[in-house]
Design a protein. Structure first.
Length: 76
């Protein structure tokens, strides 16, 4: 996923296929897998995933921040 020639569509498809989650419980069950995939993304895909987490999930703002901090190794 670190190749600059990857299209925007391919990035979206990868995120929707491999990194999508639909609830807080779903995230908690798959967070280790998500972290592994997230660590392999380039910066463009990371921004796209941030959009996915904040705009396309039905979670509270606090839960979204917890997810983002977890993926980015931010210690609270």
């Amino acid at each position: 996923m670190n190749n600059k020639s990857i299209s925007w569509y391919d990035r979206c498809e990868f995120i929707e296929t491999w990194m999508a989650f639909y609830s807080w419980e779903d995230f908690k069950e798959n967070k280790i897998k998500l972290k592994k995939y997230y660590s392999q993304l380039d910066w463009r895909s990371c921004h796209l995933y941030q959009y996915y987490v904040y705009a396309k999930t039905y979670l509270t703002e606090r839960q979204k921040n917890i997810i983002w901090n977890y993926l980015n190794d931010v210690v609270e």
